[in-house]
Design a protein around this ligand. Structure first.
Ligand code: ATP
Ligand code: MG
Length: 402
């Protein structure tokens, strides 16, 4: 079917009172970014709906991209016809001939915003219902949960017909909740945490700690590739590479093994917080999951978290590993995440990290370090690059739509 436009229904933003306008503007911007590769699209965001005029672009290529934009409840591709009964009847016939296989029940739902149109919505439903029965006399009409719901809308400019509703990503438009720094390792959990934060409207920037030559170029590339997997939800993500070698060597040299992990995590958090401030972020997001490893016991969290009062969002903190993996598979980060490249934590992982690090002991150990100097040198070396979605379309993405 040659669609002319996609009608987009907003998600939760309808409940947001006076913020509604800025929510809609942001959503429109995110849709524009996500659909940037289709130059002919025209996007019109109104108070209640968004209309994407296809202008000849292939709707099947647009759907998978649109399905990833948060803040959309669902969308319906529709066909524009002239505002007269002949044209409506003809298109209704054409659609039904294409989709009716002899088994489905149907219903016509009409809506009229142009009140000068010759039939009101009830009359239209009657008229088009009869038109369907004319060509398929055996078809059953059903008001509740019909298999085919053919919608017709009479607007000022034209009439629109649609029969499909495609589920959107839900959530809130990315950016409407403010900005947060995602601590992104090369593991399974942190990309999922980033995805979930974006789902609730947080614009993320990825902060990745690398310790060359102990960590490889591939490990860095893996973190960038994981970031790329998160870009379709927003368009582009800033990737911030933090040189962590000197700090890790210092920690290893000057402290007992049992405390390496706690000291390392505290430095990571301090640095992320400093970067957050530079980048005007409001919160930090990480992929900690309670009890998963030594650094993620409640005692460890307390000892690590002590370096900042900035809120730390931990979207996967209460999830089981299997639940996290399910989401990682859904967003296609799992396969990448399990590739075995050592990251800075695995390389410096002590054989027996403390699961109950003592804060007084940590503070005492930290006196051996020139924390300010280490941080300043580290921050002077950060590299920032924007990661954008890969151009290659993934076949399976639209296979599930067809
Ligand atoms: P993930 O948690 O992403 O699966 P992981 O299990 O290897 O990776 P952990 O050791 O569990 O990582 O670390 C807990 C959290 O600390 C990570 O989820 C991530 O947010 C942060 N983190 C760990 N290592 C790094 C790193 N090299 N760069 C940025 N953040 C990191
Ligand atoms: Mg983890």
């Amino acid at each position: 079917m040659q669609y002319t436009e996609i009608m987009v229904r907003y998600g939760e933003l309808s409940t947001k009172g006076k913020n509604r306008r800025s929510f809609i503007m942001r959503l429109a911007q995110n849709v524009r970014n996500a659909l940037g590769e289709f130059p002919n699209l025209k996007i019109q965001a109104d108070r209640d709906r968004m209309h994407i005029l296809l202008n000849g672009e292939d709707s099947r290529l647009v759907f998978p991209k649109l399905k990833k934009v948060f803040g959309i409840q669902n969308f319906s591709p529709s066909i524009r016809v002239e505002k007269n009964l002949d044209a409506l009847e003809q298109m209704t016939h054409q659609i039904m001939q294409e989709i009716y296989t002899g088994k489905e029940t149907f219903k016509i739902t009409a809506k009229r915003s142009d009140h000068t149109f010759e039939l009101d919505s009830h009359g239209l439903q009657q008229f088009l219902g009869d038109a369907v029965i004319d060509i398929f006399p055996e078809i059953k009409a059903q008001m509740k949960r019909p298999d085919i719901n053919l919608r017709v809308e009479i607007r000022q400019d034209a009439a629109y017909l649609s029969y499909e509703t495609i589920k959107g990503a839900g959530g809130l438009p990315v950016g409407t909740s403010g900005r947060g720094m995602l601590m992104l390792s090369g593991g399974i959990d942190s990309p999922v945490a980033g995805y979930l934060a974006m789902k609730r409207g947080v614009e993320i920037e990825a902060v990745h700690f690398a310790s060359p030559p102990y960590t490889s170029e591939q490990a860095l590339q893996k973190a960038k590739d994981l970031t790329e997997k998160l870009t379709p939800y927003v368009g582009g993500i800033q990737f911030i590479e933090v040189p962590f070698t000197e700090i890790q060597e210092e920690i290893k040299k000057r402290s007992p093994q049992g405390y390496w992990m706690t000291l390392t995590r505290r430095m990571m958090l301090r640095l992320t917080d400093a970067i957050r401030e530079m980048r005007h972020g409001l919160v930090i997001i990480n992929g900690e999951s309670l009890g998963q490893v030594a650094s993620q016991t409640l005692h460890s969290m307390v000892a690590i978290n002590e370096v900042t009062t900035t809120p730390i969002i931990r979207p996967v903190v209460t999830m089981d590993k299997t639940e996290i993996i399910e989401l990682a598979e859904k967003i296609d980060t799992f396969e990448l995440a399990i590739q075995p490249f050592e990251d800075c934590c695995t390389i410096f992982a002590p054989p027996q990290p403390k699961t109950r690090p003592k804060l007084e002991k940590v503070l005492e150990l930290e006196e051996r370090f020139d924390i300010e100097g280490l941080m300043a040198r580290c921050l002077a070396g950060i590299k920032i690059e924007e990661i954008t979605p890969a151009q290659a379309e993934r076949a399976e993405e639209f296979a599930d739509l067809l």
